[in-house]
Ligand binder design. Structure first.
Ligand SMILES: [Zn+2]
Length: 93
């Protein structure tokens, strides 16, 4: 999905329509040493199976593209999720 580099849209801090810079939102990777992960690994270790039921298979291939828009006046950042699903990654063109 192609996204324009600048979007004019509403800023909740300025309370008006302002030009926004568009960037792709990169979600961070989960740390392998966080508390929940350590507990899960400890419970799963040895015999006794998994504490959680296995996930159902995901038949939806496409993902909803997420972009990060920054207000050009007050620099407030907003996350925007497109409602349409897309197989290709979002790219700023
Ligand atoms: Zn603003």
């Amino acid at each position: 999905m192609k996204v324009p580099p600048k979007i004019k849209t509403y800023c909740p801090k300025c309370k008006k329509h302002v030009e926004h810079d568009v960037k792709l939102d990169r979600v961070g990777k989960e740390s392998g040493m966080n508390r929940g992960r350590r507990r899960y690994e400890a419970v799963k270790a040895g015999y006794g199976g998994s504490p959680r039921t296995p996930k159902k298979p995901n038949y939806k291939i496409g993902k909803r593209p997420v972009i990060l828009i920054t207000c050009s006046e007050c620099k407030k950042k907003q996350q925007r999720v497109y409602s349409a699903r897309s197989k290709k990654k979002a790219e700023v063109v």
